[in-house]
Write a protein that binds this ligand. Structure first.
Ligand code: ZN
Length: 73
């Protein structure tokens, strides 16, 4: 059995396990699949995307947010 020091996580369901096999199983279970299908962006998923942006993309995003009054000063 493969056991990791870092837990395997499903961020869609907040499911966490230390056994890789369990996550593989989880990823194919019915509740997970229906959640994944109906997934709407959450604060966490948005945050994770922002983390992956380049500085240039981030600047554009901030400008867009400012222009659309997403950020209120
Ligand atoms: Zn899941």
């Amino acid at each position: 059995m493969e056991v990791s020091a870092e837990p395997y996580k499903c961020e869609i369901c907040n499911y966490m396990t230390f056994v890789k096999k369990n996550l593989t199983w989880h990823n194919s279970c019915e509740p997970h699949l229906s959640r994944a299908k109906n997934l709407k962006p959450t604060a966490l998923s948005i945050f994770n995307e922002i983390k992956n942006l380049t500085n240039e993309e981030l600047k554009k995003l901030l400008k867009y947010m400012e222009e659309s009054n997403f950020i209120t000063k």
